[in-house]
Design a protein around this ligand. Sequence first.
Ligand SMILES: [Mg+2]
Length: 168
Amino acid sequence: MGAKTFVQKLGVILRWDHIVESAYTTTDEKKVYFRLRRRRAIKQMKQILPTESQEQVAFMQWVDMFFNGNEEFVFAIPNGGLRNVLVAKKMKAEGVKAGVPDLFLTLARGGYHGLFIEMKRIKGGSTSKDQKDKIERLRNCGYKVDICKGFDEAKKSILEYVQMRGDK
Ligand SMILES: [Mg+2]
């Protein structure tokens, strides 16, 4: 951030603070102020929270410990992230599909053929239309699909799944 931008931003904040403290400020102006502050707080929070990728890396470290050498049990399906057009086209031709969940657990439990996990950030992640569509299709095919917000939810999902009785 350049010096000018910083001073400009500081100016805006000071002006807003002055507006809110002023006895002449209307309720509407205060509302706008707090909405902006809230937006800023959310932006800051998003920067602090781990990304989806960081959550997934941490989770896979735990998974590797939990399944202890049985690498075939859980693997990632890399269909997200930014790619250049050529690579994306090639991957699509090779069968990569948009919206397929991030991870797959190959064990059958509780009448399900396997467990898909769609990993999200703790806050701020949303499920896309493609993802909703694929999740519904996979559920119809007899798989369990959990959308997990962060490491803890994903861990809970797997622990509950593997403890279910019956492998079909
Ligand atoms: Mg995801």
